[in-house]
Ligand binder design. Sequence first.
Ligand SMILES: Cc1cc2nc3c(=O)[nH]c(=O)nc-3n(C[C@H](O)[C@H](O)[C@H](O)COP(=O)(O)O)c2cc1C
Length: 236
Amino acid sequence: MPSFVPLSGYQEYPVEEMRRRAQEYNREMQRRRTVRQFSDRPVPKEIIAAAIGTAGSAPSGAHRQPWHFVAVSDPAVKHRIRVEAERAEQEFYRTAPAAWLEALEPLGTDQHKPYLETAPWLIAIFAERYRVGEDEGRSVNYYVQESVGIATGFLIGALHHAGLATLTHTPSPMGFLNQVLDRPANEKAFLLLVVGYPAPDAAVPDIRRKPVAEILSWRESAPPSSRRPPASRQDR
Ligand SMILES: Cc1cc2nc3c(=O)[nH]c(=O)nc-3n(C[C@H](O)[C@H](O)[C@H](O)COP(=O)(O)O)c2cc1C
């Protein structure tokens, strides 16, 4: 039997304020960059916990919340992750299709991942492919990739909003994260987020984002003026 409560969290704003808020948020998010040089300055764990709370507020297919986050600051664990990630990346850069390597060229990335040890936090994100019940019975989750992708977007946004830098890292393959972090077989490593302050001399690739006009098209009802017949026909 579904149970309902009144919608209490919704907040409406006057249109002018909505416009301002939308533009301000856009400006804030446009400042976000993927950083690949991190400082080792510590970041309090409550900030990480609050950002993961934000990630957990994401919508999910059938409300299955098919995600798990492991926040790592232990240097020994970070070291193991770096060793495994660099091993995977070495193979990737040796065998990846030329077109993929060409696409990565402007980013200047390679198999060396020192930031996996320098940054104060690594957040490993796992996608729960299916649930395992008490009796070992399995039940499927729905739209797992989409749900975990949205939660990860929320997390990146929350960390940026808090004043931290992130790197979205996808070592390929990344199954080693299950072993290193002791996660069960029903969870699939989704990605690894490197989190911290940027190094004082951090530099980022000089790349451009597509302007809104290029990524947005409209299908609006025609404005009233264009619905009127042309003047010559009106005369008849
Ligand atoms: C799904 C995904 C996987 C990524 N994997 C890597 C990665 O393994 N290594 C890396 O250096 N950057 C990785 N990135 C970061 C992208 O290269 C970066 O977002 C892109 O170049 C745009 O730069 P910006 O985030 O500063 O706007 C990844 C980003 C996404 C969304």
